[in-house]
Design a protein around this ligand. Structure first.
Ligand code: MTE
Ligand code: MO
Length: 202
């Protein structure tokens, strides 16, 4: 039986080279995904802490973190549920700046990010250093809504979006990898969208 390949429209045109394998461009919306109830976090009580294997465990208030040099990410985000979005602009502070203050010890090789809700996600230290990760509070020029992790979320855009912990409360530096919430529930340990590292074993 003859099979017609392709459809009219976007699949007949060249595939966007910015789109990792198995992803589509969710141009018109920004899906909301999380496992817990959306918390309401007051900025006057908000804190962010870097602890674990560091010289100086450090906690910033909302005012203190805004006083640090700012940093912007402009580009794409990729969710493991196959949507990607392009042209996103996030403002906040680079994780490099936060780690500079805390001073990672030599045996620190992993981080466990945690949220004010108890959510966790793990990353190799090298995936959050060298200008690859941010704590952000603005998106496309406006404050991050609570449903998207406001007042502030982690942003690690070169990995699948479950690594970008919403309502982020801190990073713990560790010598050993310690799986977070989704990683304990079948998601890949690292989550590189270009390698389609969606689930354990990918
Ligand atoms: N605290 C928390 N952060 C989280 C999650 C979650 O369940 N809880 N889900 C992750 C997943 S799977 C995705 S795809 C993104 C979704 O972010 P969005 O709702 O802003 O699109 O948040 C990530 N960060
Ligand atoms: Mo996700």
């Amino acid at each position: 039986m003859p099979v017609t390949r392709g459809f009219a429209g976007r699949s007949s045109t060249a595939r966007d080279p910015r789109l990792p394998p198995g992803q589509y461009d969710a141009a018109d919306g920004w899906p909301v995904l999380h496992a817990e109830a959306t918390p309401s976090i007051r900025t006057d009580r908000w804190t962010f802490t870097v602890d674990g294997l560091v010289q100086s465990p450090t906690t910033w208030s909302w005012e203190e973190i805004h006083a640090l040099p700012g940093s912007r990410y402009e580009g794409a985000i990729h969710c493991v549920t196959t949507w990607s979005k392009f042209g996103m602009t996030f403002d906040g502070v680079s994780v490099d700046t936060l780690l500079e203050s805390a001073g990672p010890l030599d045996d620190a090789a992993f981080v466990l990010a945690r949220s004010h809700t108890g959510y966790t996600t793990n990353l190799p230290l090298e995936d959050v250093t060298g200008g690859k990760a941010w704590v952000v509070w603005n998106v496309n020029g406006t404050p991050l809504e609570a449903i998207h992790g406001g007042p502030a979320r982690l942003l690690v855009p070169h990995l699948y979006f479950w690594k970008s912990a919403k309502w982020v409360s801190g990073l713990k530096l560790l010598a050993q990898d310690q799986p977070g919430f989704w990683e304990r529930n079948g998601y890949h340990d690292r989550g590189d969208p270009w390698l389609e590292q969606r689930y354990q074993g990918d």
